[in-house]
Design a protein around this ligand. Structure first.
Ligand SMILES: Nc1nc2c(ncn2[C@@H]2O[C@H](COP(=O)(O)OP(=O)(O)OP(=O)(O)O)[C@@H](O)[C@H]2O)c(=O)[nH]1
Ligand SMILES: [Mg+2]
Length: 290
């Protein structure tokens, strides 16, 4: 058996989580059109009997304005330590800028690097060539791969190019395992995804989801969860007029969770205000950002 670890890093919104989901052919990591969707490193396990490759999805590297943001960046860079390869995902429709330079400055140059130019479905051919040339100049030793993750283009090519780097090793996780995270992490992420999708502006970035209880019974699963916001005004926005918005969020989350658990879900959502939790070390830890 061959086994190894591969970190997937890049700027927010580049398509990292979309790519890990496509590699695993399962929905592991939440995806939204908003930047800074992923907040933790998440291991996704690919296993085809010959190879077990543990892909690590990571938060987008950005200029942090609070402790949570610093934690997210630290998670991303820490994930690149002791891996067999790094996959740097870039949004091909954006020009190389100072934020991309920060990554170049910090990235470990000894680890084999793949640069994935994603979202090529949005580009014309000369634009693809231009951005490839730029990344070839910045990372002369990297293998550059064109991709459109939403169209599943380039995913197999990436996998086939990574495989030769993976050496003999143990099966680190059970064959059927999808991730290293426990079910409550998955549940909280599904709820957070719906919040991100149904809320506008700064609200989604300032909230967290805590799962208080999961009662997984034979024919149903009862889940209690609290949405943490950092301002009283945000609480009202999350709840909506006559509770309309939180109801919609709960309904959408329940649909996904019923599919995941394969049984009926009873989901109870609460909203709690914890001022400036994004800078509170104790709360960050409690919410799994540690
Ligand atoms: N047009 C296009 N959109 C894409 C492609 N891949 C991903 N997207 C979209 O880009 C947005 C961000 O995708 P994510 O996978 O959440 O990006 P991410 O890099 O994980 O983002 P963070 O977790 O915020 O760092 C979503 O709206 C995706 O549907 C692609 O190949 N083409
Ligand atoms: Mg992501």
């Amino acid at each position: 058996m061959k086994s190894g670890f591969v970190a997937i890093i890049g700027r927010p919104n580049a398509g990292k989580s979309t790519i890990i989901n496509a590699l695993l052919e399962r929905k592991l990591s939440i995806v939204t059109e908003k930047a800074q969707t992923t907040r933790n490193s998440i291991k996704g396990i690919y296993d085809d009997d010959e190879y077990q490759i543990i892909f690590i999805d990571t938060p987008g590297i950005h200029l942090a304005h609070h402790s949570l943001g610093r934690y997210m960046n630290q998670q991303a860079f820490a994930s690149t330590k002791d891996v067999d390869a790094i996959v740097l995902v870039v949004d091909g429709s954006r020009k190389f800028d100072a934020g991309d330079q920060v990554i170049e400055d910090k990235i470990d140059k000894k680890t084999p690097l793949f640069v994935v130019i994603n979202k090529i479905d949005l580009l014309r051919l000369p634009e693809v060539e231009e951005i490839k040339a730029k990344y070839h100049e910045v990372y002369p030793k990297a293998v550059i791969i064109e991709m459109s993750a939403i169209e599943n283009f380039g995913i197999d090519s990436l996998l086939e190019k990574i495989k030769p780097l993976i050496k003999e090793g143990p099966r680190y996780f059970e064959k059927d395992a999808l991730t290293d995270k426990d079910p409550s992490f998955f549940v909280s992420e599904v709820i957070r995804e719906k919040l991100l999708k149904l809320l506008k502006d700064e609200v989604p970035h300032n909230l967290a989801v805590r799962v208080d209880d999961i009662k997984n019974q034979k024919d149903k699963c009862i889940i209690r969860s609290t949405i943490i916001v950092d301002k009283e005004s945000h609480k009202g926005i999350v709840i909506g007029k006559n509770g309309k918005r939180i109801k919609a969020i709960g309904m959408k989350a329940r649909e996904d969770l019923e599919e995941y658990y394969g049984k009926r879900i009873f989901l109870e959502l609460f909203v709690s205000v914890k001022e400036d939790w994004l800078n509170n070390q104790r709360l960050l830890k409690e919410l799994g950002y540690k």
